[in-house]
Design a protein around this ligand. Structure first.
Ligand SMILES: [Cu+2]
Length: 110
């Protein structure tokens, strides 16, 4: 499942995407935006365990921890082309991080 959002103007584009979290996935798992987009990601935890969102390329957490039934909105400014990986680094109740079980999403700016 992928969202493709294109804009013809050169002003920063405001893009809003709702990302569902569960065991063990983000949905959608692929988001594509144009460079120079301000991406507002609203994470909603529809699962039974806590989840987070770690931005691998910048080595920082977008969402520290989100408990079941909670939601939060964070912003990513995509100033240059690239592919960004969002991973869930929580390892509960499984002994491995959720991203190792497939909980990862990709944001592409092009
Ligand atoms: Cu998780």
């Amino acid at each position: 499942m992928a969202y493709y959002l294109y804009y013809m103007n050169t002003a920063p584009a405001e893009v809003k995407v709702v990302v569902e979290m569960g065991e063990y996935y983000y949905y959608p798992s692929e988001i594509t935006v144009r460079v120079n987009s301000r991406l507002h990601l609203t994470f909603i935890n529809k699962g039974n365990y806590p989840h987070n969102a770690y931005l691998a390329e910048e080595k920082r957490e977008l969402v520290t921890i989100l408990y079941p039934s909670n939601s939060t909105t964070v912003e990513m400014y995509l100033a240059k082309e690239g592919i960004y990986s969002i991973l869930c680094t929580i390892a509960y109740p499984a002994p491995v991080s959720h991203y190792e079980l497939g909980m990862r999403a990709k944001v592409t700016a092009k």
